[in-house]
Each structure stands twice: as structure tokens, then as C-alpha cells.
Design a protein around this ligand. Structure first.
Ligand SMILES: NC(=O)c1ccc[n+]([C@@H]2O[C@H](COP(=O)([O-])OP(=O)(O)OC[C@H]3O[C@@H](n4cnc5c(N)ncnc54)[C@H](OP(=O)(O)O)[C@@H]3O)[C@@H](O)[C@H]2O)c1
Length: 252
């Protein structure tokens, strides 16, 4: 396949969906800037890819991590694809959890995404070309008890991305939100989410999600929901009263 993008910056490229997207982009000839906290994993990936692969170690919950990533987005050689993929969740009743850990989800899933999207759009606009992919979640379609802040951050990502899609369409920059469902990565372990009751058919691999995300963004879609089962789930959630939505979401 011919490279669809020349140079991509992928956050959260050290594992899961971000790593799968980086691998697929590399395979078609896109140069990469890999961002995450785990320098060892990023370096191993960059060594494997070779060429001009760049590594940027950054904690995107911190202003300095965000600033350095914004700096790279503004630098030459310019990226034509930004993937805002780094994200984290927590499973706990809000009031029982450490509030700083709850707020860190907003720093990573929302504040960093806003800063990086702003830097990318302002750099891409003068060239009238560029793509931004923001990884959201089906958890953004309903209030989710016991992971309320996470769900709200993803509702933000979907809403914000679609507003930007409309704003930037005339300027040649496309913004695509991707809302995966259950995806086999380190995410659930990190979030301390018990997945033992989740049936097999609800799961996708990181590779499946990455493929659908890149295809949808290349076609210039505003919203991508990978997997027919997730599309059906979102369709049925939307038809329910909010009081039922939030109770059902609380059963997971
Ligand atoms: N897995 C699912 O079921 C699922 C479903 C819907 C949406 N999503 C979304 O998909 C995205 C990717 O998650 P994943 O499933 O691939 O999980 P993952 O395997 O845990 O990957 C998360 C990535 O984010 C990076 N990251 C975490 N905290 C960071 C920080 N403070 N600064 C910079 N990078 C950080 C991690 O790298 P380091 O630890 O090296 O920093 C890692 O590369 C997230 O936005 C998540 O919300 C996942």
C-alpha cells in the first residue's frame, strides 16, 4: 500500500491501539514520531522501524510533557497526521478514589488532546492539508457509573472532535473521532477493570481498531465506530432514555 500520510505523530505509541497504528503506518512507509512515557518500549520500536523514526518521551499529564510534544508538532519536518491516542481510565466510585488520580484522566484524555489538536491545526491550515485522529470510546455515549470521569472525558473527545471537523472542513484539515469498544490491550488492567464477565464476541484486537481508524480518517469521516457490534450498541444506547442508559452502563 502507498503511504497515505508522510509523517505521523502518535501519542501512546508504546502499546495497544497506538502501537498497532504506528506499526500499520510504518508498514506503508509513513515516518513516525512516537510519544509515550516508556522510553524503553519506544526505543525498541524505533530500532525495529529504523529510518527517520523519532522518539519523544513525554508524560502528557504534565504541562512540560505537553509543551515538548506541541514543540515537535510545530517543528519541521512537519507532520501531516496527529493521532491523539494516549489515554487512561480508572474504575472506582468517584468519592472513594484519590481525586488527583481522577483529575489526571482529564489532564491526559482532555487537556493534552486540546493542546496537541490546536498546535496541529494551526500548523496544518496554511498547507490546507492534514489529518487529526482523536481516540474516544463507546464509553462517551452514556454516563458510566464507577468510571464517570473517564466516560465524561470521552464524551468531550467525541463532541470536541466533531465540532472541529465542521470548523476545519473548509480549511483542508480533517478531524476524525474514533470510538472503540472493548479492545484487547493493557488498558483494562491499568484501569483495574474486571473483564471476566465480558463475552468474547464483544472484543476486538488493537490491530482491528487501528485498521478501521486509519481507513475512516483517510476517507475523511467525522466519527468512526469500529465493529458492527459496537455500532449496534451505540445505536441502541442512543434510543434509550438517559435514566436507562446510565443504569445499564453501571452493570458493566
Ligand atoms: N482498550 C479498550 O478497551 C479501549 C476502548 C475504548 C477506547 N480506548 C482508548 O484507546 C486509547 C489507547 O488505549 P489502549 O487500549 O491502547 O491502552 P494501553 O495499551 O494501555 O495504551 C495506552 C497508551 O497511552 C500511553 N499513556 C498512558 N498514560 C500516559 C501519559 N501520562 N503520558 C503519555 N502517554 C501515556 C501509554 O504509554 P506509557 O505507559 O508508556 O506512557 C500507552 O502507550 C485510549 O485513549 C483509550 O481510552 C481503549
Amino acid at each position: 500500500m502507498m503511504a497515505r500520510w508522510t509523517r505521523a505523530l502518535v501519542t501512546g505509541a508504546s502499546s495497544g491501539i497506538g502501537e498497532a497504528m504506528a506499526r500499520q503506518l510504518h508498514a506503508e512507509g509513513t515516518e513516525l514520531v512516537l510519544v509515550a512515557r516508556s522510553l524503553d518500549k519506544l526505543t525498541a520500536l524505533a530500532d525495529e522501524f529504523g529510518g527517520d523514526t523519532q522518539v519523544l518521551q513525554a508524560d502528557l499529564t504534565t504541562p512540560s510533557g505537553v509543551e515538548r510534544t506541541v514543540g515537535r508538532i510545530r517543528e519541521e519536518p512537519m507532520i501531516d497526521l496527529l493521532v491523539n491516542n494516549a489515554g487512561a481510565g480508572r474504575t472506582a466510585a468517584f468519592a472513594d478514589d484519590d481525586v488527583d488520580k481522577q483529575v489526571a484522566q482529564i489532564d491526559l484524555n482532555v487537556t493534552a488532546v486540546v493542546h496537541l489538536a490546536h498546535a496541529a491545526i494551526t500548523a496544518m491550515r496554511p498547507r490546507r492539508t492534514g489529518t487529526i485522529i482523536n481516540i474516544s470510546s463507546v464509553a462517551g455515549y452514556s454516563p458510566v457509573p464507577n468510571t464517570g470521569v473517564y466516560g465524561a472525558t470521552k464524551a468531550f473527545v467525541s463532541s470536541f472532535s466533531q465540532a472541529l471537523y465542521e470548523e476545519e472542513r473548509p480549511n483542508g484539515v480533517t478531524v476524525t473521532a474514533v470510538a472503540p469498544g472493548f479492545t484487547r490491550t493493557d488498558f483494562q488492567d491499568e484501569a483495574e477493570f474486571d473483564t471476566s464477565g465480558i463475552p468474547d464476541f464483544l472484543w476486538q484486537s488493537a490491530e482491528q481498531v487501528a485498521t478501521v481508524a486509519l481507513e475512516g480518517a483517510f476517507k475523511g469521516k467525522a466519527m468512526v465506530i469500529p465493529g458492527a457490534h459496537n455500532k449496534a450498541l451505540v445505536g441502541s444506547i442512543k434510543g434509550l432514555p438517559t435514566s436507562v442508559q446510565r443504569r445499564l452502563a453501571g452493570l458493566f
